[in-house]
Design a binder for this molecule. Structure first.
Ligand SMILES: Cc1ncc(COP(=O)(O)O)c(C=O)c1O
Length: 382
């Protein structure tokens, strides 16, 4: 008898960045040069001190053993210190921090602690694909919250009230992937008030908090009323550029973190301790990459695309530009760009309402970005 695939697999598309990677590899195998500006995969090396901490920790007796499930005390303390320094917020490293193997998996898994089959989950469109996993894998109901340019790519709270009745979880992500927007403090306060009143868990994804050019990132825990209703994720994958190491943290009130830890402890087995040592070192040190690397790239890519005739959202944060696809079809533009030697991400990767856009990352050195700009310039006309 042949094996049968679970029905849920029919609802689960192959991971979009895996597919794009496959297409890029195919082109390269055929001899083409491709500048890969699709995935948000920082090319710049991490801080040497973080790499040295990793190497040192490998020499320590017992490094191979199972790590504490909640995370190394040193990294949990470093996360709390980061919150104090960045936001003036006090976090209890013992009870309010859980270390996880990257944030992608826990952004999906945490829903298992709060959402039952059939429950609604509010997901931004455009938004990071992992937010759709509760709907695609766990039987929840994805309710897309449109982020419209005319609203500064912020959710319209009146609309959320209208479409979100009965929701149990709401993902928000500022600084935002893919639009590069930073949310004003009054927006966070309003979302929290809604979530408190409606009994919705607000999950604030802080992935890009350390790569901000204009304005500043906010933690929801700057508002005391966030305790008990919100969780925040931060990752070492973007600002610290330790994405291959897979280290992140979930932060929130003890009862919410304990609920997530119960799920994680039954699925994962903690994070390799030397990686946590590197992460703690990286979190402790200020990093010059925002001004030395990312800002000049952002300025050049925005200017180059605009000069060619593209409509570009200049990002206040993160490592990509959100660009209106010429002709209004991001999937078609993806194909045209790939044929010309540049991989971008079609807006459809970020939600059904985002098909008219593409995301162009500046995660390559400036000379490669110049090549990409030259290849993209003739494609600005549909
Ligand atoms: C908004 C956002 N959240 C979370 C992640 C996941 O990062 P990681 O799993 O490496 O922690 C990403 C990665 O691209 C992201 O863009």
């Amino acid at each position: 008898m042949t094996v049968r695939l679970a029905a849920r697999l029919a609802r689960l598309a192959p991971y979009v960045f895996g597919e794009i990677g496959r297409r890029v590899a195919e082109r390269r195998a055929a001899g083409a040069d491709v500048v890969d500006l699709a995935m948000s995969d920082p090319d710049v090396a991490p801080a040497p001190a973080a790499v040295a901490a990793l190497a040192d920790a490998l020499g320590e007796p017992g490094f191979h053993r199972y790590p504490p499930l909640a995370g190394d005390p040193g990294l949990r303390a470093a996360v709390a210190a980061w919150y104090a320094r960045r936001f003036g917020v006090r976090i209890d490293p013992e009870r309010e921090v859980l270390i996880t193997p990257g944030s992608k998996e826990v952004l999906a898994h945490l829903a298992l602690a709060f959402v039952d089959p059939g429950d609604a989950v509010l997901v931004p469109d455009p938004g990071y694909p992992a937010y759709r996993m509760p709907g695609d894998l766990f039987g929840a109901r994805t309710v897309f919250v449109p982020l419209r340019p005319e609203n500064g790519f912020l959710p319209d709270l009146e609309e959320v009230r209208r479409i979100g009745s009965g929701a149990r979880l709401w993902y928000v992500n500022y600084p935002n992937n893919p639009t590069g927007r930073v949310a004003p403090p009054e927006a966070l306060a309003a979302w929290l008030a809604f979530c408190r009143a409606a009994g919705v868990v607000l999950v604030s994804d802080l992935a890009y908090a350390d790569i901000v050019y204009e304005g500043r990132a906010h933690s929801v825990f700057e508002w005391p009323e966030a305790r008990g209703v919100a969780l925040e994720t931060l990752t070492l994958s973007k600002g610290a550029r330790l994405q291959g190491l897979r280290v992140a943290a979930v932060v929130g009130a003890p009862e919410l973190v304990a609920a997530v830890a119960r799920v994680e402890g039954n699925i994962n087995a903690g994070v390799f301790r030397p990686l946590q040592r590197a992460a703690a070192t990286a979190l402790a040190a200020p990093d010059p990459a925002v001004d030395d690397v990312w800002r000049p790239r952002r300025d050049r890519v925005c200017e180059g695309l605009r000069a060619a005739g593209y409509e570009v959202v200049r990002p206040d944060a993160a490592v990509y530009c959100w660009v209106a696809a010429p002709g209004g079809d991001g999937d078609r533009f993806f194909e045209r760009a790939l044929a010309a030697g540049v991989a971008v991400t079609p807006g459809s990767a970020f939600g059904p309402g985002s098909r008219a856009w593409v995301r162009i990352a500046f995660t390559q050195p400036l000379d490669r970005l110049e090549q990409a700009l030259a290849r993209l310039a003739p494609l600005a006309q549909p």
